[in-house]
Design a protein around this ligand. Structure first.
Ligand code: BT5
Length: 317
């Protein structure tokens, strides 16, 4: 309910909105409206309330709450339902728990994660208020083997969004977003499926936006948008990602069209045409990356001069 009230105040941000108007629109009593407004103010929203005139919003705290995300969000279904936490273990874990009962496109965001995860159980540092820790619940009508491509769609939509906002970013296949040679964002796509049917996909995106000091173990490989000299708000990045993601996702799931996504992946690749290392446990092999093909797979020339196609993996430059 609070997020609906914030949405109404933001829609009318140049004027006072009466308690009566809000109570009629939301079907709740005027005293309930007053209580909610009080709580919203306690969260840090700058709202002026004048008797007989109503309530006017002047400013929002830097929170990724539902009302702020939904305001002016230009999507059909992604982000229509927002679940926002101050702190949580992992947004992906929570999203998987609720996926069965959630509507397609529901998003889970948290200001902090205490058990953020990367691939294969690796730790993902998610400092409070510093980044975007987001999971999107998706229920596409596609076969399970087509799900991994969602990671490429996420990567393409993240770089596209960052570029829309003037940030020079690239993709290190398959799931890292890089700014000035350091990792700013990572993607974790998880699947709940039967043999021939997807129950849900949880797409996890982590992005460092404001972090200046990283923990020792990732300090040399990680960066943030702000640290690289870009002063962009988390909310603007997040909304851009949701909007760009939805377009490429619908191309793929409704029209089986991967072309725009692959084009972005190739144009923004940090490794295409370069010598890279393929990492497999303790082993490292030096190969040349020659293409990202129509399936989103990495095509390389290996150490024996043979052409190989990789479906997933870990690479370093
Ligand atoms: C990833 O895994 O890059 C996927 C990260 C996905 C995080 C999101 S946040 C919302 C959602 N909820 C979750 O619990 N997860 C998702 P991977 O490619 O395996 O990279 C993991 C490695 O990245 C770690 O081993 C570190 O080396 C490095 N790393 C950890 N935290 C980082 C950070 N904040 N920034 C940059 N690199 C980091």
């Amino acid at each position: 309910m609070r997020s609906e009230i914030i949405k109404i105040l933001l829609e009318n941000k140049d004027e006072f909105v009466s308690g009566e108007h809000i109570s009629e629109r939301l079907g709740i009593s005027r005293s309930a409206v007053s209580k909610h407004i009080k709580n919203i103010k306690n969260q840090g929203y700058d709202i002026e309330s004048i008797t007989k005139k109503g309530h006017k919003i002047f400013g929002c705290p830097d929170l990724l709450s539902g009302g702020i995300i939904k305001h002016d969000l230009n999507t059909d279904f992604i982000g229509k339902e927002v679940i926002h936490f101050d702190t949580i273990g992992s947004t992906n874990d929570y999203a998987k728990e609720i996926a069965g009962d959630s509507i397609d496109g529901t998003i889970v965001v948290s200001e902090e994660q205490t058990k953020g995860r990367g691939r294969r159980g690796k730790e993902w540092h998610s400092i409070k208020g510093d980044g975007i820790w987001l999971s999107i619940i998706l229920k596409p009508d596609i076969y399970p083997h087509k799900a991994p491509f969602i990671t490429q769609i996420a990567g393409a939509s993240i770089v596209k969004s960052l570029r829309n906002l003037g940030i020079d970013a690239s993709i290190k296949w398959p799931n890292d977003i890089i700014v000035n040679n350091k990792k700013v964002s990572g993607i974790l796509t998880e699947l709940g499926a039967e043999i021939d049917q997807i129950n849900y996909i949880v797409l996890g995106i982590g992005m460092n936006v404001k972090t200046m000091n990283f923990p020792e173990e990732i300090n040399s490989i990680a960066t943030s948008i702000f640290k690289e000299g870009y002063d962009v708000k988390r909310i603007d990045i997040l909304k851009n990602i949701l909007e760009e993601f939805e377009k490429l996702y619908l191309d793929y799931t409704e029209r089986n069209d991967k072309s725009s996504c692959i084009k972005i992946c190739k144009e923004s690749s940090a490794i295409l045409g370069k010598k890279i290392y393929i990492i497999n446990g303790d082993k490292k092999r030096k190969v040349k990356c020659i293409d990202i093909n129509e399936e989103g797979n990495l095509v390389i020339i290996n150490e024996d001069n043979d052409i190989e196609e990789l479906i997933s993996g870990e690479v370093s430059i």
